[in-house]
Design a protein around this ligand. Structure first.
Ligand SMILES: [Zn+2]
Length: 586
């Protein structure tokens, strides 16, 4: 793949040329954030980033700005409600000057409805999305309108007006609840709100979200579908999606008890629920029995690469797994299963599984505990073969050395997915690839085999990358990214290197790599757990996400643009992997 490597090298060279310092020629001023000259925002402050000639002096509305050695400028603009005009001027000593004007419109924050009107407006209204509810569920409703009115919903049920201290100062927000009862029969019904003044005049409005009660439809049974369906813990969302509870396989039977927007609510064990996107479920015909199985016999065996725990079931049931340390073990809660296990065959070939046992921890929750030989878990997978649950547990590397490992190196983003952008216009995807290529060479020099998830500027989704890594049965996965702050943060204030992990059993890897990265002299932003990043999600192998530095910070960006610095980052990552491998099972 010489040609693509060459192309990548040229591309990076190009970035460095255009992104780095330019000291010749006429004065220029190029803003990259905000992305356009006119911005409408609800934020009270907005960051800016751009670049100019390194020797230019720059003013923002007359105030001198710091120009970094790369020519970067960055900072925050405080915004009043309404129109805010910012004039940037860049000037060279010879008088050559350029001006750039940005207009930021800060939208008016939500205000109380006027007392001189009588109306329900559509702000803050709940339900905002369609809901399926069953008996016992709590329907929470809310509307906003003229303050001080008598407010009701669903034909006379009272609403309570919240005090402005509960609403951030807004008057006229009314809230109510209703516990769904057996005789409630709603089919795609909007919630109708009524405000009434002292003269008996009324205003009404119906919610966008519609409610359906599903008791008469239960049990609704679905089967998981798609490559890697997952459970969400709740309905929360962030830029990487809601917090994920577990990744599953297709064909698992689920009991669906509700829906909010485009996610089904799934009942697992007693008091245990999960949510799953509707496109990951195929609904089964009415009359399909809900998930249930007696557990059959177990076999524990080893095949020289991993140990296998097999549990015979009659159906594919949902599970959630977790890891514990001291002693190290894997716990798998299987939902809808009832113990009928009479024997467990533990074949002498098993090496990593020290013992297995089970507990019926709820009337329909069956817990499998797998005790391990070594303190460090090197990966496990939960799957089905037919309806037999299979848990495979990887062995630690044969030798505690990089030379006995295959390491997956993942250069974040690529192609149309550019990642974050620095003040000079440097793209995260290019920086990640450059560091990842260094890391590949360093790891290969130290005897490791390396699987790159990308070697050029092509797009591939994180799901595809993950599938290739898991299929290739590699030992460790390192994702290389560069960090960036949000639009309302101060780019000059936040910098440093950080590492992230998802499963507690892989925390040590993130901590060890960060510890080595400290030697770069970078400020350390921290080692952060529970990060909801897809490539940190698998239990199949230890994974770590490295955020090399903040590309949004001009000092960090200058470092990231320096190929020697990227090589050093790669060297320190390799040191961290090496130390982890050598010491993980001391
Ligand atoms: Zn990134």
């Amino acid at each position: 793949m010489v040609s693509t490597t060459l192309a990548t090298g040229l591309l990076l060279f190009g970035v460095l040329l255009t992104g780095g310092a330019r000291s010749e020629g006429p004065v220029f001023l190029r803003m990259v954030i905000p992305e356009s000259d006119t911005v409408e925002t609800a934020l009270s402050r907005h960051r800016f980033a751009g670049s100019t000639n390194p020797e230019a002096s720059v003013r923002l509305n007359g105030r001198a700005l710091r120009v970094y050695p790369t020519g970067a400028i960055a900072g925050v603009m405080e915004l009043d409600v309404g129109e805010n005009v910012f004039v940037f001027t860049a000037a060279l000593g010879d008088g050559d000057t350029v001006r750039k004007t940005l207009t930021l419109l800060r939208t008016r924050p939500l205000e109380s409805t006027g007392r001189d009107s009588l109306l329900v407006d559509d702000a803050l209204m709940k339900p905002a999305e369609n809901l399926w509810l069953r008996t016992g569920d709590v329907l929470e409703v809310q509307c906003k309108g003229t303050p001080g009115m008598r407010a009701t919903f669903m034909g006379g049920r009272p609403l309570r007006e919240l005090s402005p201290t509960e609403t951030g100062g807004i008057e006229g927000v009314y809230r109510g609840i209703k516990i769904i009862g057996l005789d409630d029969s709603l089919v795609s019904a909007p919630i109708v709100f009524v405000l009434e003044d002292s003269l008996g005049r009324t205003a009404t409005r119906a919610s966008q979200g519609r409610v359906t009660t599903v008791d008469r439809l239960l049990p609704i049974v679905g089967l998981t579908r798609g490559e890697r369906p997952f459970f969400n813990a709740g309905l929360g969302t962030d830029r990487l999606g809601g917090a994920k509870l577990e990744f599953l396989v297709p064909g698992i039977r689920l009991l669906i008890t509700g829906k909010a927007g485009d996610q089904y609510r799934v009942e697992l064990g007693e008091g245990m629920e999960a949510w799953i996107p509707e496109q990951m479920v195929r609904l089964e015909p009415e009359g399909t029995p809900p998930p249930f199985s007696l557990t059959g016999s177990w076999v524990v065996s080893g095949n020289g690469r991993y140990d296998l725990v097999e549990v015979a079931l009659e159906q594919k049931l949902p599970w959630i797994s977790r890891q514990k340390s001291k002693p190290s073990r894997i716990e798998i809660d299987l939902y809808g299963a009832v113990s009928n296990t009479t024997w467990i065959t533990h074949v002498g070939t098993a090496r990593e599984v020290r013992s297995v046992h089970y507990d019926q921890v709820g009337s329909r929750t069956f817990r499998i505990t797998i005790e391990l030989t070594h303190p460090q878990i090197w990966g496990y997978a939960v799957r089905y073969r037919g309806t037999t649950l299979e848990i495979s547990v990887r062995y630690p590397p044969k030798e505690p050395a990089l030379s006995s490992l295959t390491v997956a190196v993942d250069a974040g983003h690529g192609g149309s997915n550019e990642g974050a952008m620095g003040s000079t216009g440097a793209l995260e995807k290019d920086i990640n690839l450059a560091t990842a290529q260094h890391l590949r060479r360093i790891l290969e020099d130290r005897g490791a085999r390396v699987l790159m998830t990308r070697i050029d500027d092509r797009f591939s989704s994180n799901t595809d990358r993950l599938q290739r890594v898991i299929a290739a049965d590699v030992d460790l996965l390192v994702s290389v990214h560069a960090n960036s702050i949000g639009m309302a943060s101060d780019p000059e204030a936040v910098r440093g290197v950080s590492t992230y992990y998802r499963h507690p059993c892989y925390r040590e890897l993130a901590v060890t790599v960060l510890d080595e990265l400290r030697a770069t002299g970078l400020r350390t932003f921290g080692s952060v757990g529970g990060f909801n990043f897809l490539l940190n999600a698998p239990t199949e192998l230890p994974t770590v996400l490295v955020e090399q530095a903040f590309i949004s910070n001009p000092d960090d960006e200058e470092l990231l643009l320096d190929d020697e610095f990227r090589r050093e980052i790669a060297e320190r990552i390799a040191d961290g992997l090496e130390r982890f491998v050598e010491s993980s099972n001391d």
